[in-house]
Write a protein that binds this ligand. Structure first.
Ligand SMILES: Cc1cc2nc3c(=O)[nH]c(=O)nc-3n(C[C@H](O)[C@H](O)[C@H](O)COP(=O)(O)O)c2cc1C
Length: 355
C-alpha cells in the first residue's frame, strides 16, 4: 500500500503558496520588459510595490504602463495562490501615505477561485509573440470569453472589428509611431531597454523582435524594437486590418484603473494561452496623447484606452529574460539563486503557412 506524502502544515502551505505567487508574478509581461515591481514577502502576505526607478519616463510619464505591468504581476500571483488551494483577499492601493504600494495579497481560508486556479499553468507558457500571425481570426465566442475576463477585472474590452474602425486605428497607430520615433529621447529610452547585458535580466532582446529592414509598411505598425539591426524574427509581420485587434480601456483614468487593466490584460492573455492563441500588445496609439484622445472619441467614449492587443495564431517565439529572483523579491525564505526563465516552447506548436 502506498503511503500518501505528508500534508504540509498550514503555515508551510501558506509560505509555499506565497513563494509560488512571487515566482509567478515575475513572469508577467511588462512594458519594454522593465519589470517595474518590487515584491515583498511577509509571513501572511505578498506586497507588490511599483519600482519607479524602472518607469519609462518618456514613453510613460504618468505611469499607466507601469501600473498595468504591476497589475499583470498581481494577476499571476492571485492565480498561483488559487492554484495552491487558497482564497485570497486583495487590497489595492491600501496606504494613502505610500502610493507606490499598489497591492497586498493575503491568502486565507475559504474556497479558492477556480477560474483563476485554472489559468496558473498557462503563466510560464505566455509570451508576447511578434511573429506574423496566421489568417484565422478569433471566433466570436472566444471574444465573449475575453470580454468577460476583462470585466471580471473591472476593465472594458472592445473588439475593434469594423473596417472603418480598423482603418482609423491604423492611421492613429502610424501617426503615434511617427511622433514617438521623431523624439530622440524616446529613441534613447528604447535603445536603453533593447541593449541590456545578460546579467541585467531585463529588457527586450533581439531574438524576440522582428528584424527591421526599412521595408516594413504594416497597416498597424508594431513597435520597432530592432534598434541594433539584429532582430531575430522574420521581418514581415503582416500586422494589418485583417487580424483580430482588441482594445482594453479603464472605466476611469487613474492609478486604480491602470492596475485593474493590467490584471485584465494578463487574465485575457492567459485565457488565450490556454486555448493555443498568442497575442502582442502594440500600444503606441494609446501612449501618445493626441492619438489616445482620437481613439477614445471613436471607439470607447465611455472608457479610457489603456492597451491594444493583436491576437492570432503563430509559431512559438523566443522568450525574454527575467531578473534574478532576489533582485525583485525581498523577504523570501529561499536562498538567492538566479531565476532562469527557461526557453519553454510557446503554447502552440501551430506553424503558420509560409508565404
Ligand atoms: C503595458 C504594456 C505595454 C506593452 N506594449 C508593447 C508594445 O507596444 N509592443 C510590443 O511589442 N510589446 C509590448 N508589450 C509587451 C512587452 O514588451 C513584453 O511583455 C516584455 O518584453 C516581456 O516579454 P513577455 O511578454 O514575452 O514575457 C507591452 C507590455 C505591457 C505590459
Amino acid at each position: 500500500m502506498s503511503v500518501p506524502p505528508p500534508r504540509p502544515a498550514p503555515g508551510a502551505a501558506l509560505t509555499a503558496a506565497l513563494e509560488a505567487a512571487a515566482d509567478r508574478a515575475v513572469l508577467a509581461p511588462s512594458v519594454h520588459n522593465t519589470q517595474p515591481w518590487r515584491l515583498v514577502l511577509h509571513g501572511d502576505r505578498l506586497e507588490l510595490h511599483a519600482d519607479r526607478s524602472r518607469q519609462l519616463t518618456v514613453l510613460d510619464p504618468r505611469g499607466r504602463a507601469l501600473a498595468q505591468s504591476v497589475g499583470a504581476a498581481l494577476l499571476n500571483a492571485r492565480a498561483a495562490v488559487a492554484a495552491a488551494g487558497f482564497a485570497a483577499a486583495v487590497d489595492r492601493l491600501p496606504d494613502r501615505d505610500d502610493p507606490d504600494l499598489l497591492a497586498v495579497l493575503r491568502p486565507g481560508p475559504g474556497p479558492a477561485d477556480a477560474s483563476l486556479a485554472r489559468l496558473d499553468a498557462a503563466v510560464p507558457l505566455r509570451h508576447t509573440n511578434r511573429r506574423r500571425f496566421g489568417e484565422e481570426r478569433v471566433p466570436d465566442e472566444l471574444l465573449r470569453v475575453l470580454v468577460e475576463a476583462a470585466d471580471a477585472e473591472d476593465t472594458l474590452l472592445v473588439p475593434v472589428d469594423r473596417p472603418d474602425h480598423l482603418d482609423l486605428l491604423g492611421r492613429l497607430q502610424r501617426t503615434a509611431d511617427g511622433i514617438q520615433n521623431a523624439d530622440p529621447a524616446y529613441r534613447a529610452e528604447l535603445r536603453r531597454w533593447t541593449t541590456r547585458s545578460a546579467d541585467q535580466g531585463d529588457g527586450v532582446p533581439p531574438e524576440a523582435v522582428a528584424h527591421v529592414d526599412g521595408r516594413q509598411h504594416d497597416a498597424l505598425p508594431l513597435r520597432d524594437f530592432d534598434t541594433t539591426g539584429s532582430g531575430g524574427l522574420p521581418a514581415r509581420t503582416g500586422s494589418g486590418t485583417a487580424q483580430t485587434v482588441v482594445l482594453l480601456a479603464g472605466r476611469t483614468d487613474d492609478l486604480l484603473a491602470w492596475l485593474r487593466a493590467g490584471e485584465a490584460l494578463e487574465r485575457v492573455l492567459l485565457e488565450l494561452t490556454t486555448r493555443g492563441w498568442v497575442a502582442a500588445p502594440m500600444t503606441q496609439a494609446v501612449e501618445v496623447p493626441l492619438t489616445r484622445t482620437q481613439l477614445r472619441s471613436a471607439l470607447v467614449w465611455h472608457g479610457h484606452p489603456l492597451n491594444l492587443l493583436r491576437v492570432g495564431r503563430a509559431a512559438p517565439t523566443p522568450t525574454t529574460p527575467r531578473r534574478r529572483r532576489d533582485d525583485a523579491v525581498r523577504g523570501s525564505g529561499r536562498p538567492p539563486a538566479p531565476l532562469r526563465h527557461p526557453p519553454v516552447p510557446g503554447a502552440t506548436g501551430w506553424v503558420p503557412p509560409v508565404r
